[in-house]
Ligand binder design. Structure first.
Ligand code: R5P
Length: 291
């Protein structure tokens, strides 16, 4: 098995190679002046089983097409098998038709990945686990709360209360709080279908507490900022905003910090200045059987 670092995830591929001891082939890539992607395998991959590491975070469409180029080229060069590790799986929030006539974007993406030859796709904390069972290509979802908890433990937040939002947030809060040996609360949120405006309700019990707010994704930062704002009003003493995938679109970070969060923590599934902890060890263990 050889690791291939795609243009979107070279850093994570390096960490995965360190954690697993597997050889890493770093694909050469550049963008042509008109924005088209160029990729080149600088080494022979014929006869090899490849794990191609290529996140599908923004710019999603470019990264998705690069994942297709990587697959098709690897097979054309004689690779024996290819699997994709997409630490962030794009389009997982468009997993159904919310209005008539909409594209089933996640389904289209998975069909494409199958068509270019991927035998399996690994991802981390997929937004819609229900939507990839079944899938044209098997999708394995790897949970990364343990890595988040390990990082937070080192911050020594005494008796931090974990807060998340919604049904899926409850599972995440349960896992993080379980790893930290602390308690959790679940907020309820509603999002206006037209304006996208989010409102949240949180039960009492946060006054004077350190609170770790966890969510799978921070995209525009709207949900997290609302939670932080509400917690601040309710008297939380310290508020840390944490997620697995920090897409940090536009002024997301500014919104969250302005709302009262002390800091923002995200993993390296989506590289950013807020990537404070790595999912590499968990991926090495779950996919490659490393330590
Ligand atoms: C929603 O179901 C997700 O768990 C996140 O809360 C959401 O994707 C965050 O989006 P935004 O940062 O744009 O509010």
């Amino acid at each position: 098995m050889i690791l291939v670092g795609g243009p979107a995830s070279t850093y994570l591929a390096e960490k995965l190679s360190e954690a697993s001891g597997l050889k890493l082939v770093k694909v050469e890539h550049k963008l042509f002046p008109d924005g088209e992607s160029y990729i080149r395998f600088p080494e022979d991959v014929s006869g090899e089983d490849l794990l191609i590491v290529q996140g599908l975070h923004p710019p999603q469409d470019r990264h998705a097409f690069q994942a297709c180029l990587l697959a098709d080229t690897a097979l054309d060069l004689g690779a024996r098998s290819i699997r994709l590790l997409a630490p962030y799986l794009a389009y997982a929030r468009q997993d159904r038709r919310f209005s008539n006539g909409e594209a089933l974007s996640l389904s289209t993406l998975l069909k494409l990945l199958k068509a270019v030859g991927y035998e399996r796709v690994y991802t981390v904390n997929i937004h819609s686990p229900w939507a990839v069972k079944p899938s044209p290509v098997p999708v394995e979802d790897i949970l990364a709360e343990e890595a988040l908890a390990e990082y937070v433990r080192a911050l020594r937040l005494e008796e931090a209360l974990v807060v998340s939002v919604g049904k899926k947030g409850k599972c995440m809060a349960e896992r993080v709080a379980g790893s930290l040996g602390t308690k959790y609360l679940v907020a309820q949120s509603t999002r206006d279908k037209i304006t996208g405006e989010v409102s949240v309700e949180i039960e009492d019990g946060v006054e004077g507490r350190s609170v770790l707010v966890v969510d799978d994704i921070i995209s525009t930062g709207g949900t997290m900022a609302k939670l932080v704002e509400r917690l601040k009003i309710m008297g939380a003493r310290r508020i840390i905003a944490a997620c697995i995938h920090g897409l940090m679109v536009g002024d997301a970070a500014e919104k969250i910090l302005k709302a009262g969060a002390e800091t923002i923590i995200s993993s390296d599934t989506v590289p950013s200045e807020y990537s404070r902890y790595s999912v590499a060890k968990i991926l090495a263990r779950k996919i490659l059987g490393g330590t």
